[in-house]
Design a protein around this ligand. Sequence first.
Ligand SMILES: [Zn+2]
Ligand SMILES: [Zn+2]
Ligand SMILES: [Zn+2]
Length: 502
Amino acid sequence: MKEHDDPPMTHTPVDILLISDLHDAAQATPDRVAGAVLLRKALRRLRGAGVEVNVLIILGDVTAEGAEKRLRTVAEEARQANVPVLAIPGNHDGAARRFAEIFDCRPGLHEIAGYGFLLFHDAVGAGDVTTRPAEARSLPRRVASERPDLPLIALQHNPLHPPIQHPYPYQLANADRVMSTYQEANVMLSLSGHYHPGQTAHRVDGVTYYTVPALGDPPFRFAHLCLDGRRAQVHEYALRMETEGLVDTHCHTEYAYCATTVEAERNVAISRAMGLHAVSLIEHTFQLYFDREDAWSYRWQTDDAMVQRAWQAGRGRMPEYRAFIQAVRDRHAGRVRLGLELDLRANGQLLLSPEDQQGWDLLVGAIHAIPGFDAGHTTQTGAERLFLRETERLLTHPIQVLAHPFRFFRRAKLKQPVHLYDTVAEMLAQSGVAAEVNFHGNAPARRFLEACLARGVRLALATDSHDLAEVGDLHPHLSILHQVGVRAADLFTLLYRPDGQP
Ligand SMILES: [Zn+2]
Ligand SMILES: [Zn+2]
Ligand SMILES: [Zn+2]
């Protein structure tokens, strides 16, 4: 028979996302963000940090008032992660049984990746006084004797330890009795939520107790739990930017054909909640002037008659978009910048009608497609020549920012032209145009950023958001700037800011 406290160390490490207290509700205050978006952001943040999550644990209070629709939305979002989901209800989630149905997750033992997760639905009484009944208290011992091979991890909404001195009953009322059942069963780890500030890990009688901070409250915290045998490591993250005063220079709206979930109003609210000073709402002119099919055909690059027709016939959705987006800016004075993402036509002109040249805070030049470039046929050298010519032409126009420099090569499945980094940085310096730091389907090159910084080219921090999960997240941007040696004290002198009319 195997010893309780010495199970075989044959596990591969398991990476777990721990979240709690989303308190998903109708968006009433500036600091509330939809639970599904927070969950997606947390997963995305870990992926960005190189962590592929194996299990998702939700420790209750998914909603503010137990609305079934909100529970279902978050449960659906959790399923999208494509990993086992362990969820327990909190005192705000309504009937525990319905919660378990929606998340398809019952109380009791769940065996995943060589671990035994013990899920408890504790009894919430008057005044939110919460207790664990005797029947549930016997579970750890039962499981430990039947499955001595499983390292056990207990999940409940209410914290057990350390005690919380507060008139509100945060702690499980019979925490002491419950803790002795954990000690007896050699439970390795006990995870809770409910107490929004969270509690760092404390070890008592061989059991580690940890309370996950609330993801639903600023600064929107969550934790990465890494299990390796009986070793557990917790690393906490916050979604909100620690650096204040940052501006996102590139965020799409519901008018983008390539958008998934972004919406101008929600972009502004989320950017604000994530601690940004302002967000620049940017739209592609080619998607505003043309219908979906014509836009994606890129024929407007070479077909002047097509462009003239669209401009004479009312400029597609542009007038409607302008009215819409200016109203958004008016509603959020100081927090919104407006701009356009502009492509070149084959004649070297921007795709921008004379009527649409005024009224923007910034114009972003982009190279998405190059006339004459034929994927699979044009050589690397040929593509580089075309790209340089396009960049040169783009920089003769009154743009302030160059969008996702060199992403063209990635999309065209060509090599990154490292030897052009200095040339393009020099061109930007000469024309006074900023370079985007843009991670949307893109990996900015450190070497290019260094070439820009060496020449005083300003950097524009761009989320290029198409999904709400991307909105307001400039962590990868600050991280790469840190990697190229930018000191926090110098940050703002190096950044481009769209602070007025071009
Ligand atoms: Zn709670
Ligand atoms: Zn673009
Ligand atoms: Zn864009």
